[in-house]
Design a protein around this ligand. Structure first.
Ligand SMILES: Nc1ncnc2c1ncn2[C@@H]1O[C@H](COP(=O)(O)OP(=O)(O)OP(=O)(O)O)[C@@H](O)[C@H]1O
Ligand SMILES: [Mg+2]
Length: 254
């Protein structure tokens, strides 16, 4: 389906990125609509992180184009464009010796927020992360799930138009994972647009409006999960079965 100008926030077209001779992203194309949760799925090494690093401006694509809100987008060269994005990295990036509030104040300042705007953003982030009551405790005393939630809201402090999250639930126990889901759903409920990677297919099925499944650097299917199952000739089946049908490979559960 051809995306319409009003609904599309991000458009990725023919993106390529190689490490030496290895094509980590090979002609990757997809688009993200405003207000949706879009999942970039695939097993380890599929090229998810490489792709979102290109979208976030951390890497410069060797081929392909990006468009954002209908205009050409080259975030690797333009800090102003990068500010339109919120990036939540795969690795936790927190100061363990500081409290959650101090971490948020620090990252709010880094994001250029000052005064009342910074204070409001910090309090909103604490609420979103469900950390109001522990806001004055050092991060070193937090559980893994609490750290994940804090990591997540740090990327959203400056109210970006697109929030990019890389594997936000890796290494999180099931209960904390539910809290991360709640935080993602709350962000989405506020009308924000989320682009998020995972290798947990069932998680994407629960959270995402649309997904793109990657394997070996390529997008092998894209659309709403139920439609992908129909297109693969296995209506009603889950994304794991779709992946198996399309690639002949089982996902490694790592
Ligand atoms: N800096 C690098 N130098 C060389 N090869 C790399 C580098 N980063 C990634 N790769 C390779 O590129 C391919 C895609 O990696 P990438 O990290 O994008 O995949 P991924 O889908 O994010 O995987 P994971 O689920 O493990 O995070 C893999 O084969 C990986 O080994
Ligand atoms: Mg990755």
């Amino acid at each position: 389906m051809v995306p319409t100008a009003t609904s599309v926030l991000l458009e990725v077209q023919g993106l390529c990125y190689s490490y030496g001779g290895l094509k980590a992203a090979d002609q990757v194309s997809f688009h993200v609509d405003r207000g949706e949760i879009f999942g970039l799925l695939g097993p380890n090494g599929a090229g998810k992180t490489t792709t979102i690093c290109c979208v976030a401006g951390v890497k410069r694509p060797q081929e392909g184009t990006l468009r954002f809100a209908g205009a050409d987008f080259t975030p690797s060269r333009c800090a102003e464009q990068r500010r339109r994005l919120g990036v939540v990295p795969q690795e936790l990036a927190l100061y363990d010796g500081l409290t959650a509030r101090e971490n948020l104040q620090f990252f709010a300042a880094v994001a250029g927020l000052r005064g009342a705007a910074a204070r409001a953003a910090v309090e909103r982030a604490l609420e979103l992360a469900g950390l109001v009551e522990r806001a004055g405790d050092r991060v070193s005393t937090y559980s893994g799930g609490m750290k994940r939630r804090l990591n997540l809201v740090i990327g959203c402090l400056h109210d970006p138009e697109l929030i990019i999250l890389d594997e936000p639930t890796v290494g999180v126990d099931p209960q904390s994972r539910n809290h991360v889901f709640d935080a993602l759903e709350a962000l989405s409920g506020e009308g924000r647009t989320l682009l998020y990677t995972t290798h947990y297919m069932e998680e994407a099925e629960r959270l995402c409006d649309r997904v793109a499944i990657m394997d070996c650097g390529r997008v092998i299917a894209a659309g709403p999960p139920p439609r992908l199952a129909e297109e693969a000739g296995i209506p009603g089946e889950n994304l794991e079965q779709v992946f198996l049908k399309l690639t002949g490979k089982r996902l490694r559960d790592t």
